[in-house]
Design a protein around this ligand. Structure first.
Ligand SMILES: Cc1cc2nc3c(=O)[nH]c(=O)nc-3n(C[C@H](O)[C@H](O)[C@H](O)COP(=O)(O)O)c2cc1C
Length: 205
């Protein structure tokens, strides 16, 4: 048994890849964020990439609403056990038709308690930085009791990616000015993830 209090232990953060289509740009962005966050947060956090595409979730097929907590399907239980491990999340989310990808909304809808009293930050991308996806994400996440931090990295398809051919993912090449806001977002996220972990522990969850 160690003598560390929970506030001394690193916060467990997931970098959630929020798109699932073949040829998506999300994994490059997620890997950039994971590497930068590992360097910036050091011993304050552990980081893991959680790629939605690997879970193969169907459109919501649970008979009970997630808030009841009676999950029937093995894919739901696997997804729940994954999300349950973390104190906070960075959602790497593109903008699809002025909102988040349907696969990401669906993945949020599958669970409830596993999201509650946790924190989230965002790295969005799209023609205009993907900001409209994040506005919708903030609303949905509030309903599952995820606290979302203010600072947000908004990447432009024409300024932060090299895409000579729109049918290909191209190469992620983020402008340097994103580094400062990314560090700020990570600091806010690590602080809130820790505060909310203490809250959950005091409540016995
Ligand atoms: C179905 C769909 C809808 C899109 N709608 C928007 C949009 O409303 N605004 C925008 O800025 N980009 C939009 N885009 C462009 C995406 O943001 C861009 O293709 C991005 O790379 C998609 O993320 P992904 O590569 O991880 O799938 C859309 C792309 C798709 C596939």
């Amino acid at each position: 048994m160690d003598n560390l209090s929970t506030s001394d232990q690193p916060v467990r953060l997931a970098v959630v890849v929020g798109s699932t289509r073949p040829g998506r740009r999300g994994p490059q962005v997620a890997e950039w964020l994971r590497e930068a966050a590992t360097t910036h947060l050091g011993e304050r956090a552990t980081l893991e990439v959680v790629d939605l595409a690997r879970f193969g979730l169907p459109l919501l097929d649970e008979p009970m609403p997630a808030a009841i907590g009676d999950y029937r399907n093995s894919h739901t239980k696997t997804w729940a056990a994954t999300i349950d491990q973390f104190d906070g999340f960075v959602f790497v989310a593109p903008e699809y038709n002025h909102s988040m990808p349907a696969a990401l909304k669906n993945a949020i809808d599958f669970l409830f308690a596993e999201w509650n009293n946790k924190a989230a930050g965002f790295v969005s991308y799209g023609l205009n930085g993907g900001t409209r996806a994040v506005e919708h994400l903030r609303l949905s996440l509030a309903e599952v009791q995820v606290a979302t931090v203010r600072s947000q990295v908004a990447l432009g398809l024409f300024t932060d990616f090299d895409i000579p051919d729109m049918t290909q993912p191209g190469t992620f090449a983020p402008a340097d000015h994103h580094d400062e806001v990314m560090r700020r977002m990570l600091d806010e996220l690590a602080d809130w993830a820790l505060a909310l972990r203490l809250l959950r522990e005091r409540a016995g969850r």
